[in-house]
Design a protein around this ligand. Structure first.
Ligand code: C5P
Length: 226
């Protein structure tokens, strides 16, 4: 049975998470937030106090972590070995550590099957960096969602301020640029659009406009969703 997959890749802060969740709800498909797998591993690594250069220990840990994803109305709840880590998942430090350990090919290899297992009927929306290039290269629908670094930093800043978290726009901009650079320049599964992906620049679009463009793209290019 053919299970349709929509991949949404792009740099951090482009709106992938919000768009993917909304589109998966509209289609009634499952949702994979692959970044949260790397983030959860980052939290486990920090909890254990592992050295970020100790690839063998990180790989060993990656093979043993138990993750549970629970979709709730106000977002995704993630349990790591039975403990709710949702609050730490979105922290900048978690994202930065995730991007460091995600550069190790051995770590990516261990996490690959965990991600593939999300593909279940009636369909999957998968968001990340290498969904269309490595994890689901045969996906029927591929989107690469981007936005200028300046715009992404502004969005992230606004999000943090709204949550009452102290933030500094300059610092966020340089962290976003550093993370982009690391994700783009790594040797294994670098961030890049799949050759058959449609690119959407969300810099001047509202989130509703991006969702509408993705839905139009699926309607126009596929019949298996009907
Ligand atoms: O998307 P998110 O910001 O949650 O991802 C955190 C980090 O995890 C990214 O900066 C990237 O280095 C890594 N990641 C990855 N491949 C994915 C998803 C995330 O390398 N498919």
């Amino acid at each position: 049975m053919n299970i349709p997959v929509l991949t949404i890749d792009g740099p951090s802060g482009a709106g992938k998470g919000t768009v993917s969740r909304a589109v998966s709800r509209k289609l009634g498909w499952h949702y994979l937030d692959s970044g949260s797998i790397y983030r959860a591993l980052a939290i486990a690594v920090l909890k254990q106090g592992l050295n970020l250069n100790d690839v063998a220990a990180i790989v060993e840990l990656a093979g043993h972590i138990q993750l549970q994803f629970i979709c709730e109305d106000d977002g995704l709840k993630v349990d790591l070995n039975g403990e709710d880590i949702s609050a730490q998942l979105g922290m900048e430090s978690t994202g930065n550590t995730a991007s460091i350990i995600a550069a190790y090919p051995e770590v990516r290899a261990v996490l690959l099957q965990k991600q593939k297992d999300f593909k279940r009927a009636p369909g999957l929306v998968a968001d990340g960096r290498d969904m269309g290039t490595v994890v689901f290269p045969d996906a029927e629908f591929k989107v690469f969602l981007t936005a200028s670094a300046e715009e992404r930093a502004k969005r992230r800043y606004k999000q943090l301020i709204e949550k009452g978290i102290d933030a500094n726009l300059c610092q966020i901009t340089s962290e976003i640029e550093a993370r982009d650079r690391r994700d783009r320049e790594r040797a294994t599964a670098p961030l890049r659009p799949a050759e058959d992906a449609v690119c959407i620049d969300s810099s001047d679009l509202t989130i509703e406009q991006v969702i509408a463009q993705v839905m139009d793209f699926i309607r126009q290019s596929g019949s298996k969703t009907e």
